[in-house]
Structures are given as structure tokens and as C-alpha cells.
Design a protein around this ligand. Sequence first.
Ligand SMILES: [Cu+2]
Length: 140
Amino acid sequence: MLVAGLAQLLLHPRIMRLIHALFAPVAFLALLSASCSKSSAATEGATSQNAVAAGPVTIIADGNGFTPSEVKVAKGSDGKLRFQRKSDDTCATEVVFPELNIKKPLPLNQVVEITVPTTEAKTYAFTCGMGMFKSAVVVN
Ligand SMILES: [Cu+2]
């Protein structure tokens, strides 16, 4: 009972935000180092099976963060991404693309469209407002 109560407390969005606030500096540093060594280890492995999307890509924000957490878009495509937050039980109530200076709120159950540049092969990181839920758009 005590354990269940503790787990519930930890899953509470406010607690999650607090945890994220504590970890944000660490995540930020990780983000910096990730963007310095782009297209290395981060893009290898299981994610390599993702197909290049033909149309707008939909990214779901919920308690698990962003799904899919790595999105591939074709170079020269319109670069449109559709974000949709499907849960209040998440701190991903906004999406941030640090390199593109994009920060947009994600109202519950609303589609928020974001366009990334596709003129060059590049990886753009995106996160929740606290810099957690590290995700990326890979243009190639
Ligand atoms: Cu967060």
C-alpha cells in the first residue's frame, strides 16, 4: 500500500515537473553534447528501421513523452510535423526546438503544426518545456 501510494505520488504531473526541473540542467547538457556529435550513436540502432515519411508526421505527446521519439523527414519535403497531446498526465504540455527557436504550447487534443527546414540533412532535437523527453527530427 505504501509502495503503491509512493508510485502514485511520483507519477503525479506536479511531481514529474519537479523531477524534470531538477534534471533539466543535466538534460540540457546531454542535448548540447548530442547536437555536437550529430548523426552518431543517437541515430543508430532500433530507430534505423523508421521509414521516411511521405506526408505530415503525427507525433503524440503523453505520459511516455513524444511518440515516435525519432522522426525522419525527407530532405526537400515540406517538413511538416503535427503534434498532438493526448494526456494531461504529462509534462509535455509544450514542445521546444532549441536550435530553431521554436517553443509552442500543446493544448490537450489539439493538432499543433510545426514546420522544420528540410534544405539540408540535419538533426533537430526537440523536447518538452523542461528539456526532458529528448527526441529528434532527422532530415535526410
Ligand atoms: Cu518535462
